[in-house]
Ligand binder design. Sequence first.
Ligand code: NAP
Length: 427
Amino acid sequence: MALDSDSLLEDSREEDLSTSSSGYPQSTGRVTTTDRPTRMMKEMNYSTSSWRMSQNVQPLSLWVTLTCQISAGSFILQRRGSQGGPWSVQRTISFINWMVTAKVWVLKKHFEGFSKTSDFDLKKIELPKLKDGELLLESVFLSVDPYMRAYSRRDMKEGDIMIGTKVARIIESKNPAFTVGAFVVANHGWRTHFISNGQDLHLLPPSWPESLPRSLALGTVGMSALTAYFGLLEVCKMKPGETVLVNAAAGAVGSVVAQLAKIGGCKVVGCAGSDDKVAYLKKLGFDEAFNYKTVTSLDEALRKASPDGYYCFFDNVGGEFASIAINQMKKYGRIAICGAVSLYNDTVPQKGPYIQVPMIFKELHMEGFMVSRWNNRWEEGVKALLKWVVEGKLKYHEQVMEGFENMPMAFIGMLKRENLGKAVVKV
Ligand SMILES: NC(=O)c1ccc[n+]([C@@H]2O[C@H](COP(=O)([O-])OP(=O)(O)OC[C@H]3O[C@@H](n4cnc5c(N)ncnc54)[C@H](OP(=O)(O)O)[C@@H]3O)[C@@H](O)[C@H]2O)c1
């Protein structure tokens, strides 16, 4: 089915950051955006690298103060003048580009069971000067996701930089397709700075409202939500009036699955692992929500929530939950296997119950998928999601941890189920 995703409405939203008991600053709807281009052009403060630069641009005269702190000491370069035209930020950065040092987190040791902070190492890498066609980018928000746990064993070797997505700002460009100050979504792993040739970047839409946190480009208007969008439309093939079941429902993907299913005219049942999360699901408009950890029987709770069964099951969890839920599917029901987070930390593979018998008797359709299958429809998805967010139809919650140094803590916290909505790190 198609969900309505036409014109974009102008709206403004702000977010408030306060600290939770888990140490996460929580965002609850109002956000102070300190990452706006206007401010960025006036003040650039690279507190995490070995140098610092600040500049103050005035209409007729230009002051540029550069303070470069090199390991051996520091020097100051100051220029005042209107002669020869003002220095651009780009030219200025070009001048010092050779000095940019990126911080990166590497996988020191493959995870055994739950990830530990000692499995990671923080390193510094000096970046080379840009070649023609390249860009220098600075990370602003980084995503932490369950897939990093699952993919690390398959795709990484010890010593590799941790995989992951981020929102980054272009701070130097030798590529005419990208201007300095623009924001992009990039897939370059856990790094403060990096160089790209531009081919692997998604520019944030020009219609992105100034007041909307750009971190949403990683969650509710990014990969997590696109997973929900394509999984529901293309794999579950939901239709109005159907009942959709989703687990890990208070998470980045699950919370969007439910809201998109409601927008699409479905009834939604969701499960989460704490009473606080369940209260959040009810606020989001779930028709039925329960704490799967405290019910006496998951089978009974699912039956009570939808006595007629489920047409669609959006599975983020796998394992035991999925093998119970499958018995509650309606005949010809569709199951989208999005994730298997209950299995990612296992050192010994879990065993049955096995699903073949209910699959046969109920003639179910079960399909695993990766959101990257629809990379060619990324813009369509982002446009639709952004529209629903600015209309207030798609609500979001972010768990924001501050500081690049805290990437492992944020990742481990997300795996320990501490997050409500999308877990991100603000550099
Ligand atoms: N296929 C794709 O392309 C794709 C893309 C993105 C994400 N995913 C998958 O989608 C799923 C959700 O991802 P997300 O980013 O939205 O993460 P998330 O929901 O924000 O965070 C993970 C949540 O999973 C639940 N969980 C964690 N460990 C669990 C366990 N052992 N048993 C049961 N539940 C557990 C927890 O929720 P509760 O506290 O409610 O239990 C936790 O908060 C993951 O499996 C992820 O790998 C797939």
